[in-house]
Design a binder for this molecule. Structure first.
Ligand code: ADP
Ligand code: MG
Length: 341
């Protein structure tokens, strides 16, 4: 096992804007990287280049010291020792769970002992050891996905690649499977690259999140860091449920702004240069003091109300409240801290 390295990788299909443009990324051994971005931003293309189903038009991909692909040469998928888990997990209905899991080994022709041992270890990892003799039809959706994960483990891959494996599942099953993936990563120690357009999934699962837009990498960092210190307006608005305000700031302020620094700017538009300011919902307090906003909408979510508040100049703030203000009410807010993008 070794670090997976993408070095200025691009992919151009035909003419026009490249699907992937100059993307550089390291995934450390045993790391769990989520590749996050809106539909069409190039996530699947990156994954297919790592797996060897597409060759890069430019740049290079390495596993440790070993060159996997560049524009001139590309190692075929079966020689990369990677496993790709697809959204439809495609189990053989007539085979037992154990034989489904062992199928990739049968193709490779390993000894009987290796066959049995690897299946047992893989089923242990996904906690299905007692289901080895069942047929897929006797399993729940979540269990079938775990069989598919076990099947990709038996070949002892260096890297496990997953392309939106939860996209078609209902919310309840998704949560169960998020747990499964996290546990799978911890127990298997595999290096994983997980593609998703769902930011909460990326944040919940991964040790590092790489945010993409239009073929480019915008930022890569651990979930907590990307939430607290997003780089630029796009990452700020893609991650979490914050609001981005455009404000005139006096010079010399730090990136993390306090209420003392924000209050004068919000109270009377200052001279200075315009900056984008990210405000997280949990950093806004509804209070008798602070600046006046008008409630534009108030949506009940079960535990709380989700509010959209409008500042005097029409910009909006998103926050939560345990009480329901009426649409059109004036409420005062204090912003404890905000982040300059
Ligand atoms: P994502 O997985 O983020 O939704 P994709 O990697 O599937 O994005 O696609 C990125 C861009 O590349 C899209 O504009 C898509 O239409 C284009 N694309 C992907 N695969 C091909 C292909 N085989 N031929 C031509 N264009 C493609
Ligand atoms: Mg895709």
């Amino acid at each position: 096992m070794a670090k997976l390295i993408l070095n200025h990788v691009s992919k151009q299909f035909g003419t026009g804007r490249p699907a992937v443009a100059g993307l550089s990324l390291d995934v450390r051994e045993g790391g769990f990287l989520a590749l996050l971005g809106p539909s069409g931003c190039g996530k699947t293309t990156v994954l297919r280049m790592i797996a060897g189903f597409e060759a890069p038009s430019d740049g290079a991909i390495f596993l440790g010291e070993r060159l996997l692909a560049n524009a001139a040469q590309s190692l075929p998928p079966e020689r990369r020792n990677m496993a790709m888990v697809f959204q439809s997990y495609a189990l053989w209905p007539h085979m037992s769970v154990a034989d489904n899991v062992g199928y990739p080994l049968k193709v490779r022709g390993v000894s009987r002992e290796t066959y049995r041992n690897r299946i047992r270890e893989a089923l242990d990892t996904v906690r299905l050891a007692d289901h080895a003799e069942r047929r897929p039809a006797e399993l729940s959706g979540g269990q079938r996905q775990r069989v598919a994960l076990a099947r990709c483990l038996v070949t002892e891959p260096d890297v496990v690649l997953l392309d939106e494996p939860l996209a078609n599942l209902d919310r309840h099953l998704r949560q169960e499977m998020e747990e499964t993936f996290r546990e799978f990563h911890q127990r298997s120690g595999a290096t994983m690259v997980y593609v998703t357009h769902d930011q909460s999934e990326a944040m919940a699962l991964a040790t590092d999140v790489a945010v993409m837009s239009q073929g480019k990498l915008l930022q890569v960092a651990p979930p907590e860091e990307i939430y607290a210190r997003p780089e630029g307006r796009l990452v700020g608005s893609l991650i979490g449920r914050g609001s981005v305000l455009s404000l005139n700031l006096p010079g010399g302020l730090p990136r993390k702004l306090t209420w003392e620094e924000l209050r004068p700017v919000l109270a009377s538009p200052a001279l200075g240069s315009t900056a984008d300011i990210l405000v997280r919902p949990e950093d806004i307090a509804l209070s008798g003091e602070g600046i006046a906003t008008r409630v534009r909408s108030s949506l009940y979510e079960g535990e709380r109300y989700s509010l959209i508040l409008e500042l005097e100049d029409g910009q909006i703030l998103r926050t939560f409240s345990r009480h329901r203000p009426q649409v059109g009410d004036v409420v005062h807010v204090t912003i404890h801290s905000a982040w300059r993008l």
